[in-house]
Design a binder for this molecule. Structure first.
Ligand code: SF4
Length: 375
């Protein structure tokens, strides 16, 4: 089984916190991108069964009807897609209208991940998002009414000036909607973003760490009360509604990434990254060359670090027998040795052969993982 990720590097405008690769260029660039994308898929096609497809970005919902039809025609022509494949489409609420919803359903999209981020208009404006809270509400209802019931919302907590009660209200608003998945992230100050510059100039104040932790704790409590399972550090799903595509990433399943900036993984040691350069991508001479990319073959230690960090993020944790098989006894011994202080302090536990975070440990997961890496 293999996943496909398609990076759509277009946004109508840039959000102040974002460091994902995207551009605000328009229609002509999108058309050239779609042609190059199809060429890349033709060049790198596989006969593997495709178990999930994820259109991310950027903003896939910026693609118009014709562009979307071309991308999906190529996907079905070139790949053996499992009839039960999960097909996820990332969208901004203000790009969604009845015609688009009808097209998504017709194209076989069965999961939509909406970049809501907040249900507070003042915060949305601060983040430079395009949509309003009302639009987010209406979009969810519209998609659900059209039969796309596998809906996920992205939310951001720890925003400047945000209080615990504000955040709890946001989560409650999200949970009152017909959604079955939430991805919630603490606001981060990524270098070279407008938010980072504003913070450096002292114009915004980062959320206090204790408050951010309290928000995360509330998130766990509120989602649990609504029957969501906390299946990955930042992800929550109703039973049976985990993201299959992202879960496959965390379990080391191979995936092919298409589009500028997209990553691919062969399921073993080889990683590929398409360079995040739209112009060079569009100008590839597909008769003679692949798109500009780099290849990285992971060393034993890098492979261990990656396996440890991706598996430990999940509720199931790391299967210790699989780890020693995959990375070797030296590495599984190393993990168990470095884990001892966290096992003793109740931050980690071993359960049916899996090493995983406890409820307390999850709150300091970054710190623990930093201690468990090899390098
Ligand atoms: S957060 Fe999403 S919509 Fe905003 S700039 Fe980044 S990729 Fe574009």
């Amino acid at each position: 089984m293999t996943g496909i990720y398609i990076h759509v590097p277009f946004c109508e405008k840039r959000c102040i916190y974002c460091n994902f690769y995207s551009t605000t260029r328009g229609k002509a660039d999108r058309e050239a991108y779609v042609q190059a994308l199809i060429h890349e898929m033709e060049l790198r096609r596989t006969t593997d069964c495709i178990s999930s497809i994820y259109l991310g970005g950027g903003t896939p919902s910026q693609l118009d009807a014709e562009e979307l039809a071309q991308v999906f025609e190529a996907l079905h022509r070139l790949f053996a897609i499992d009839p039960n494949a999960e097909i996820t489409f990332e969208a901004n609420p203000d790009d969604i209208h009845p015609d688009k919803v009808r097209q998504l359903v017709a194209l076989g999209v069965n999961r939509v991940s909406l970049g809501v981020q907040s249900f507070d208009d003042t915060r949305l404006q601060f983040l430079n998002r395009r949509h309003s809270a009302q639009q987010a509400h209406e979009t969810v209802l519209q998609l659900a009414a059209a039969g796309i019931d596998n809906l996920s919302l992205d939310l951001i907590y720890g925003q400047p000036g945000q209080q615990l009660s504000d955040w709890e209200q946001e989560v409650e608003t999200a949970l009152a909607l017909p959604v079955c998945h939430l991805s919630a992230y603490a606001l981060t100050y990524e270098p070279a973003t407008p938010l980072h510059r504003a913070w450096q100039r002292g114009e915004v104040q980062a959320c206090d760490e204790e408050l951010s932790l309290a928000m995360f704790q509330s998130l766990l409590r509120l989602t649990e009360a609504e029957g969501f399972e906390h299946y990955e550090i930042s992800n929550f799903a109703r039973p049976g509604r985990r993201s299959r595509h992202n879960s496959a990433y965390w379990q080391g399943v191979p995936y092919l990434g298409f589009g500028p900036g997209a990553h691919s993984f062969d399921g073993a040691r080889r990683r590929r990254q398409n360079l995040p350069q739209l112009r060079a991508y569009q100008q590839t001479d597909f008769g003679h060359a692949d798109v500009p990319h780099t290849i990285e073959v992971l060393s034993d230690a890098e492979h261990y670090d990656e396996v440890m960090m991706t598996r430990l993020r999940t509720a199931e944790g790391i299967d210790l027998a699989c780890l020693s098989q995959d990375c070797g006894l030296d590495y599984s011994d190393y993990l168990l040795r470095t884990a001892i202080p966290f096992l003793q302090s109740g931050m980690l536990k071993i359960c049916r052969g899996h090493l995983r975070f406890t409820r307390q440990g999850i709150f300091i997961s970054d710190h623990i993982m930093a201690e468990l890496i090899w390098a």
